[in-house]
Design a protein around this ligand. Structure first.
Ligand SMILES: Nc1ncnc2c1ncn2[C@@H]1O[C@H](COP(=O)(O)OP(=O)(O)OP(=O)(O)O)[C@@H](O)[C@H]1O
Length: 255
């Protein structure tokens, strides 16, 4: 078997909440084991509060496990997450979370290169050409490069945040509810785009959504979370035709 690109091995994430002296612990993830192969999309489904976003944050290295191990390319996550900058990216539910309202589109898309500090990639016509090509790749008119986020539609803004994620040529992208804030007709376009881009760029992905129809469209395999635990993992076709866990069946019936 090839080495997984991203692997969560028996990961628990515990939050402490409440006022001092009345603190209580809550495990948002409990003994979660998941793997994403290079170029593969793992769909992560489950109802609100089941732990999907915490899992995404942990896969991004933004949340440290209380127990268990996260590996990227077979190696435990480095203590300094900056060493993975650019190799892992995120596309979030609301593009405005990743786009600065005062930055023109071209600047927003190019910004991760600046953060990377790669002298070959920052500034100059090389970057402008790369941004223009990426805007075309995500189905946007390069003329939009000079616009600000508020001058774009929701679907266009999400395309910009996808371009921004792709500019560093990441090996792995976490999509956290990327279409749930969009109109239904636009959702299908963005899902198609994600599939096309994956075929073109070959990144592996964790695709988080409470929408089982959306996940079915993009995922190779599905993992189902409930109360912080993964209750079932299966190939997409098998999952939608023969779900094994009672909770998976309930989710599919609701669909
Ligand atoms: N920073 C935090 N501090 C305390 N508890 C948290 C924190 N973040 C998440 N939780 C709790 O952990 C559990 C899982 O939350 P999480 O956001 O991962 O679920 P989710 O499946 O993504 O839900 P949703 O679809 O509503 O975003 C919830 O009970 C939530 O209240």
């Amino acid at each position: 078997m090839t080495t997984p690109l991203l692997e969560l091995d028996d990961v628990t994430v515990r939050f402490l909440s409440g006022p001092p002296f009345r603190r209580h612990a809550h495990d948002a993830m409990r003994h979660v084991s998941l793997a994403v192969a290079p170029g593969e999309t793992l769909g992560l489904v489950g109802e609100s509060g089941s732990g999907k976003t915490t899992t995404g944050m942990t896969a991004l290295g933004l949340r440290r496990p209380s127990a268990g191990t996260v590996r990227f390319g077979g190696m435990p996550f480095p203590k300094n997450r900056r060493r993975l900058t650019g190799r892992i990216q995120a596309v979030l539910q609301h593009p405005q979370w990743s786009l600065n309202p005062r930055m023109r589109v071209a600047h927003s898309v190019a910004e991760p290169l600046t953060i990377l500090g790669d002298p070959r990639d920052t500034g100059g016509t090389g970057t402008a050409g790369r941004v223009a090509r990426l805007l075309a790749d995500v189905g946007l008119d390069p003329g939009l490069a000079r616009r600000y986020p508020h001058e774009l539609s929701g679907g266009q803004r999400q395309r910009v945040s996808i371009a921004r994620a792709l500019i560093t040529r990441p090996e792995f992208i976490v999509f956290d509810e990327p279409v749930s804030a969009l109109d239904v007709s636009v959702q299908a376009q963005i899902l198609n785009l994600v599939r096309d881009l994956q075929a073109q760029f070959g990144f592996g992905a964790l695709f988080i959504s409470h929408d089982l129809a959306a996940v079915r469209y993009v995922a190779d395999r599905i993992a189902v979370m409930r109360n912080g635990e993964v209750v079932e993992t299966a190939g997409t076709d098998v999952f939608y035709s023969h779900p094994q866990h009672e909770y998976s069946r309930q989710l599919l019936e609701a669909l």
